[in-house]
Structures are given as structure tokens and as C-alpha cells.
Design a protein around this ligand. Structure first.
Ligand SMILES: [Zn+2]
Length: 443
């Protein structure tokens, strides 16, 4: 293959976009986006609410560790921490506004083109994602370190770039004699010495190094793929923000789209593809908030405040992280149901109530491709059993066998319920917890 062969392949394949197929179930995507976007917004809301209380505690010397009380050198960090947080919230909120689900209520065949997604949509979403990922990693890094030289480096590099092109009014609003003198001091340092000088330091220069450092000190995240996902999102968004050829081509070619449809109305392949990306981004954004920002902030408060005060806030912060983790885990999950042997393949419809409370009726001929929840995208696995009692004892609790001629567990007389729960407790002691099984869905 020579250079002309490659050029021809590009010319014939990457100049006109083929119609992309809708890859996932659009309704499930919209429902999951709505659910996770709400959980994400709630977490940001909680952080904002806590910020007020934390800021007022930080103003009280009696609640601070001696090293950070008024009059000490490190007291300079008190207003900085408060400001850093407010900056991050603006960036977080922007991503939350751009990751809401598509509004489909008034979409008809005539106006379905309103759902078409192109360059502007991708550009806005991916740029906001880049800002989010950049700012959350850098803020987590600074909050965790609370180190004067590292913080100086971060601010002076940015101030130095800003001053190059800032208009008079912008410069006037930001620069005063003190800031000027700090910047002049920085300008005396040669570029190659910026990362290690008498006023600045940066031990983790690149984005990837900061990510690795954070996970090494905060502990590995629940999702082992998260560090790579964060780095990949960074590269992916670079392609967009620096207007790489591929992203521009992919998003700017407009052409007639095939119209798809489901129970809620018509939609377009580009709408669905865009939603798929939106969901992926939202999921990673939530995981990063849980795995880096919140734990770094907890570490920061432990440094600044006396133990009881820091603990009070870290409990609330951990609760917010837990709620968000649970929200993520409840989407696209896998749930097990116990059904009576012989029911699958019979003429009877099988009721399956998902953990998200969505009720599905699995009608004959019981196609396995239908074994998923159309609200949260979780897949269902059925285990056929012949339980004599009509219930299955699992380490997660008793579960009624679907199709068994017995009342639901919660409709049983209390003495019967207690008896079943005792059997479950014995099973738990005998076998230990069963990781990953979600037998509660079998209720
Ligand atoms: Zn569900």
C-alpha cells in the first residue's frame, strides 16, 4: 500500500457519511439518561448545599486545625478551597444541563427533524465534557494536595496565558499590583524550570499522570476500567475541541436520515447515536465525581478541620457518593428471576417486576430477546426451579417463585415471613453472601 492508496480510501470513505444504524434501544436510553441526569443533578445540588455550611465552618478558627487558623501561612488556602469549589460547580452544572434526555412529547413525522443531531450538538456536549473532565481531575488534584507550590504552578500558568490576550477591562478586573508582582516573579523563571522553582512545582505534569496519582492515593475505583475511561474521554474530547478531521466529518455531514419509530413516536438514527454518547459520558462523569472529586474533598476537609467537624461533612459527602453509585449500578444491570419449571414456553404470560419497579409482561412465545427491562435496560435471566414451598431461599432474602401458587412474600402472615427469613439467615451463614446476585427482583 502506498500513500495514494491510503488517500483514495479516505477520499471514498471519509467524505460522505454512511447512514449509521441505531445501535441501542432509544427508549431505554432516554429513560436511563433521565434517571442518571437527575441523580447527577441531585449530587451537584447536595455539594452546593454543603458548600454553604462548609464555607461558614471554615471561617471559624475554633473548628480549624492549628496549621490553618488565621494568621498562619496555610490559612491562605481557606478562601481558595471555597472558590475552587464554586468554580467546579459551574462546570458540573453545565454538563448536567447538556445531558438531559430528548424531549419527545411533541415529535411527529412532520417535525422529527428537530431531533436530528449534528455538529453543534456534538460540539457543545463534548466541549462541556472536556471542561468537566479537565476541571474535576485538576480540582481533585489540588484539593487533595493543598500544596502551596503546586497550587501556584496551576494558577500562574493559567494567569500567564490569560494575560497574553486579555482585554484592558478584563485585565483591570483581575490584575492588581499584588497579582502583577506574582506574575513578574513567575516570568523570571525559565519555561523548563516552571515545574520546579522557588515558587512553583508540578510533579504530575500531564492529565494522565494526575489521574494515575489520584487513584493511587484515593484507592482503586469500584469500576476497574474507570482510569482508562477517563483518559480515553480526554483523548476523544481533544479530537473534538481541537477540531480533528474525523469528528468534524462525522458530525457535520447532513443527509436524509431513515425515520425510526417506537411506541413513543418517530426518531432519527442520529438522535439515538447522540443519546448513546450522552449516556456514556453521563455515566463516566458520575463515576469520576464519586471516585475522585468527593474523596479528594473529604481528604481536604480532614486536613483543614478538626476531626469531629470534618467527620460531620464527610458523612454527608459519602452519602451523596453512595446514592450516585447506586443510581449508576441500577441501570443496565442484570437481574435473576426464579420461575416454576414448565412456565416458559407455555401459553401463560409471565409477569416480571424489575428492581426499578417497572412491570414487564413476558407474553408467549416467550422470546428470549425480550428478556430486558424497557425502563432501565437491565437484562433478565430466568432460572427454572421446582420449589415445593413456592419460595426460594437465597442469601439476599426469600423470593417467590414466579408461577407458584402461593401469595407474595409480603402478603404472608408475619409468622410465615419470619420463618422464611430465618431460613435465609441460615443459608447466609452456610454459604456467605452471593456476590452479584440480585434475587430481590424475583419478588
Ligand atoms: Zn428496570
Amino acid at each position: 500500500m502506498n500513500e495514494i492508496d491510503v488517500l483514495k480510501k479516505i477520499s471514498s470513505n471519509l467524505t460522505e457519511r454512511k447512514n449509521s444504524a441505531a445501535l441501542s434501544n432509544y427508549r431505554v436510553l432516554c429513560s436511563n439518561i433521565a434517571f442518571l441526569n437527575e441523580a447527577f443533578s441531585n449530587a451537584i445540588g447536595t455539594l452546593r448545599l454543603l458548600h454553604g455550611e462548609i464555607a461558614s465552618s471554615l471561617r471559624s478558627d475554633a473548628l480549624l486545625n492549628p496549621k490553618y487558623k488565621s494568621g498562619t501561612d496555610l490559612n491562605a488556602f481557606i478562601p481558595i478551597v471555597s472558590r475552587l469549589q464554586l468554580n467546579s460547580f459551574s462546570v458540573f452544572e453545565k454538563l448536567a444541563t447538556l445531558t438531559t434526555p430528548d424531549e419527545r412529547a411533541h415529535i411527529t413525522l412532520e417535525n422529527v427533524s428537530a431531533l436530528s443531531r449534528g455538529f453543534d450538538d456534538y460540539n457543545n456536549l463534548v466541549t462541556a465534557t472536556r471542561q468537566y473532565i479537565d476541571s474535576i481531575v485538576s480540582d481533585s488534584y489540588q484539593l487533595y494536595l493543598l500544596d502551596p507550590k503546586s497550587f501556584n504552578y496551576h494558577v500562574l500558568v493559567s494567569l500567564n496565558s490569560f494575560s497574553k490576550y486579555a482585554t484592558k477591562s478584563l485585565a483591570h478586573a483581575l490584575f492588581n499590583a499584588e497579582v502583577e508582582s506574582a506574575l513578574s516573579e513567575f516570568e523570571t523563571i525559565k519555561f523548563k524550570n516552571w515545574t520546579k522553582s522557588h515558587i512553583t512545582e508540578c510533579n504530575h505534569n500531564t492529565f494522565a499522570q494526575k489521574v494515575d496519582f489520584l487513584f493511587s492515593v484515593l484507592g482503586a475505583p469500584l469500576d476497574p476500567d474507570l482510569p482508562d475511561a477517563v483518559k480515553n474521554i480526554f483523548k476523544f474530547s481533544s479530537e473534538f475541541t481541537h477540531i480533528g478531521y474525523i469528528s468534524t466529518f462525522f458530525t457535520s455531514t447532513s443527509g436524509a436520515e431513515v425515520i425510526f419509530g417506537d411506541d413513543e413516536g418517530p426518531y432519527l438514527p442520529s438522535t439515538e447515536n447522540f443519546s448513546e454518547l450522552k449516556y456514556e459520558i453521563l455515566e463516566t462523569a458520575c463515576k469520576v465525581l464519586v471516585a475522585t472529586y468527593i474523596p479528594s474533598f473529604v481528604k481536604c476537609l480532614e486536613k483543614l478541620m478538626l476531626k469531629p467537624q470534618a467527620e460531620k461533612f464527610s458523612t454527608s459527602l459519602h452519602l451523596a457518593a453512595k446514592a450516585l453509585s447506586e443510581a449508576i449500578a441500577s441501570r443496565n444491570s442484570k437481574y435473576f428471576f426464579f420461575v416454576k419449571t414448565g412456565l416458559v414456553g407455555s401459553a401463560t404470560s409471565i409477569p416480571l417486576t424489575c428492581m426499578c419497579r417497572n412491570k414487564k409482561t413476558w407474553a408467549p412465545p416467550h422470546a428470549t430477546s425480550e428478556l430486558f427491562c424497557d425502563s432501565c435496560g437491565s437484562s433478565f435471566q430466568l432460572l427454572e426451579v421446582d420449589g415445593e414451598s413456592g419460595y426460594i431461599i437465597t442469601s439476599n432474602g426469600p423470593a417467590k417463585i414466579i408461577g407458584a401458587n402461593v401469595p407474595d412474600f409480603h402478603d404472608l402472615p408475619m409468622t410465615e415471613q419470619i420463618k422464611l427469613l430465618q431460613q435465609c439467615e441460615e443459608a447466609r451463614k452456610a454459604h456467605g453472601p452471593q456476590p452479584g446476585s440480585q434475587t430481590g427482583a424475583a419478588r
